[in-house]
Every structure is written in C-alpha cells, then in structure tokens.
Design a protein around this ligand. Structure first.
Ligand code: ADP
Length: 420
C-alpha cells in the first residue's frame, strides 16, 4: 500500500517534471525564434527571454540591464503591469558605476535575495529577488533579474533555469553584435567599391559637369553682347540669363547625383522609380561610353511599378554593370559596340527585371561560373569585388542577379527587384 502511494507520487512528480521540461523546451524555441526573426533588434529577443523566464520561474517581474561606459542601463522590463510601473519609477534608467545595483553584479555570480526586507532601501514592492550577471569572456556585459511580490525564495532549479536564460541573452547580444559588425563591414566595402568605380569615371564625369558650365559661360558672353548693343536688347539678354540659370541648375544636379553616390549613408528602404534612377546612371556614364565609341540604347517598359529599396545601392549595381560592359567592349577591335539597357515588369516574379547587354567578348564557361566570386578578376587593375557586391546588394533587396553569355558575342547581366 505504502509502496503504491509512494509509486504514484513518484509518477506524478515525474509527470510534473516532464511538463516542466516541455515548457522549458518551448521557451527555448520561443527565444531562438525571436533571435532568428530579429537579427538587428534586441528588444523583441529580450522581451521573449523575460516573458519566458518570469513565467517558468514563477516570478512577477523580470528586467534586463546592459553595461555601458556610465553604468548599467535598463533596456527591458516585463511582468505584472502594476509592479512594472512601480519598479520603473523607482529604478534609474542608468544605474551609475559604483551604485548599489551596479555593485551587485561585480561579483559575477548569481545573487539570490530571499527577502528584500532584510536589506535597506526601497524595493518598489519586490520582496524576493534573483540577479544573474550576463558574462562574456568573464566580462560582465549586463544583468538579468527576477522578482516576486511575496517572500518566496527561488528554488535551486529555478536559479539554474534562470542562469540558462541569462546565457541565451548573452548569445543573442553576441550574435546581434556580430551581425551588426558584418553589416557595417559590408556597407563599408560597398561604399569603397562605389567610390572606386566613380574614381574610374573621373575624367568622364568632369566632362559631364564641365558641359553646362561651358554652356553657361557662352550664354553669359551672349548676354553681355545683347546688353552692350545699341540699343541694348533686353529681351534677348533676359533669354540668355534664363539659359544660364538652366545650365547652372543642370551642373548642380550632376554634382548632386555624384555626391549622392559618393556619400556614405545608411541603407534605406524607399519606393524607388527604378527607371529614373537608372537614367541618372546612364547620364553619368554617357561621356565614358562616348569616349569608348559605345552607343547606348534603352528599352524601358511603360508604367513600371516602383521597387522597394535603396536608390543609391541600386544605382551602384547599374554603375558596376555599365562600367563593366564598357570596359569589356573596349577590347573589341571590330564590330559595333552596343550597350542595351532594358527594364520590364515581370509579374511572375512580383517586380521588375533590368537587363544590361553588351557586344563585348562575352563570357566563357570558366568566367561564367566564377564571375560573382569575390576577388575574381581578369583585369590587370581589377579588384574583382564589383559583381560580388552587386549580387549581395540585389539579394539584400530580395532579388536575383545572374549573367548569360550571348550569341554570337557579348554578355547579358540581369537582375530582378520586387515591386514596392
Ligand atoms: P572587376 O571589374 O574589378 O574585375 P567585377 O567583379 O566587376 O570586378 O568583375 C569580375 C570579372 O567579371 C571581370 O574581371 C571580367 O572578367 C568579368 N566581367 C564582368 N562583366 C563582364 C562583361 N560585361 N563582359 C565580360 N566579362 C565581364
């Protein structure tokens, strides 16, 4: 009989333990999902960690602080709304270095306070507390804490479980930091490539800026002549002045576009009129094409949808593809040098497709398979980064970039971009 009772109790205990483990498993999955879904933003991850930890460790409130130069900053707080309000108003957003809260985590070990009443100071209604430092390479990078409204010490199991949540928070912090570093490096690389490509076009761009300035000077001379005529021809002088203003604005616009391409700015997500953006790049490379006897043709479909993305980055892709095409055709001795740029709407892909086709030497199977590899180049002065950066830009826009060899010669680069 005793054995039976004893046996049943063990079974129900086991049942509870299994339920608890399943709950923990579900909580871990939830946190991992939050980490995967939010690689750039820590807030939803911290919220998921605190929600799971307060629930599973039977706490009323949970909060998370991160270390910074000045001390510990409160970055997330969850739980009983009333208690959250009270704790929020009593805790400083930044617990300064050396303050009691900051000192609590210098020992790098979990701290269990079974009854706050034993300590001095205002506890904002929290009676039992558990504080676990977030450690990375033995450095304290923050702390995570739980509180209960009633005096009810945490069990060893809860302390252990909460330490696991602290580890998850540290992992999330680290992976977000790496992701941020990686994106930063990618954006620096893309920027360097853009500036380098623009550098290759310096002479042609100077020509592009010079044209309206020369025209403005010519109109100014004409205006002077009209004014010094006897009698002065004010009407013609006025027309000439209007033309000077127009040419001045044109030069300003060219300079503005160059600045936009050379400036380092954070990535954006806008509704972009891809045809306008591409026309600007064609205008910037017009002189380069002309200097290399390349004729440029455009074939843009009507009523194209706007695409979602970063205008400057998309222009960078076009700049690379156009400059590559012109450079490829430079080496062609005879035959027409034609660059065809087309844009079509492709409803099946949910966006637009841009094509850049040249009549250069084309792509052999070896280069076709390696084109998009970083550092693959066949040019003596080449870096081999252009196409790999273009592909990462297009993929970051949820599009595709690919190349095809054309018959009888030439290469066709195409990319798709989803519509806004
Ligand atoms: P880079 O221009 O510095 O070489 P890219 O990544 O832009 O770097 O291009 C890599 C290589 O791809 C080029 O060196 C060239 O061999 C090949 N390539 C790119 N565009 C074309 C093209 N339009 N026609 C033929 N080959 C091309």
């Amino acid at each position: 009989m005793t054995e039976g009772i004893h046996g049943e109790r063990t079974a129900s205990e086991l049942q509870d333990r299994v339920t608890e483990l399943i709950e923990q498993q579900a909580a871990i999955s939830e946190v991992l999902r939050a980490i995967a879904n939010s690689p750039h933003d820590l807030r939803p991850i911290f919220d998921a960690i605190l929600d799971s930890a307060t629930r599973l460790c039977r706490a009323d409130i949970g909060c998370l602080h991160l270390s910074e130069e000045g001390g510990l900053r409160l970055v997330a707080i969850r739980g009983d709304p009333l208690l959250v309000g009270r704790v929020r108003s009593s805790l400083p957003v930044l617990a300064e270095k050396g303050s009691p809260l900051d000192r609590l985590v210098t020992g790098r070990l979990p701290i269990h306070i079974p009854d706050f009443a034993a300590l001095e100071g205002d506890n904002a209604g929290v009676r039992t507390g558990l504080i676990v430092p977030l450690l990375k390479d033995k450095e304290t990078v923050g702390m995570i804490a739980l509180g209960r409204k009633r005096v009810q010490p945490f069990t060893d199991r809860h302390i252990c479980l909460f330490s696991d949540f602290a580890t998850q928070a540290t992992i999330a912090l680290e992976s977000t930091r790496r992701e941020r570093q990686y994106r930063e490096m990618q954006s620096e690389l893309a920027h360097a490539n853009r500036v380098a490509t623009m550098g290759q076009l310096t002479a042609s761009i100077a020509h592009e800026v010079n044209q309206p300035i020369t025209a403005a000077v010519t109109y100014a001379l004409a205006a002077r002549r009209f004014l010094s005529a006897g009698p002065p021809n004010f009407r013609e002088a006025d027309d000439a002045l209007s033309l000077i203003v127009k040419e001045g604005n044109r030069a300003g616009e060219v300079v503005g576009r160059i600045r936009a391409l050379v400036k380092r700015v954070p990535a954006r997500r806008d509704a972009v009129a891809i045809d306008d953006a591409i026309l600007e790049v064609i205008a910037l490379t017009r002189a380069e094409a002309a200097n290399n006897s390349v004729s440029v043709r455009t074939q843009f479909a009507e009523g194209l949808p706007r695409v979602r993305g970063d205008r400057v980055q998309l222009q960078q892709v076009m700049l690379n593809l156009i400059v590559n095409a012109i450079q490829a055709m430079k080496g062609v001795g005879e035959g027409a040098r034609e660059l065809q740029i087309s844009i079509d709407a492709v409803p099946s892909e949910g966006g637009v497709r841009v094509g850049v086709q040249d009549t250069g030497p084309g792509l052999n199977p070896e280069s076709l398979s390696r084109l998009f590899e970083p550092f693959y180049t066949t040019k003596p002065e080449g870096m081999g980064m252009g196409l790999s950066i273009c592909r990462s830009i297009i993929e970051a826009h949820a599009g595709r970039l690919w190349a095809t060899a054309c018959e009888p010669r030439g290469a066709l680069f195409e990319f798709t971009i989803p519509a806004d």
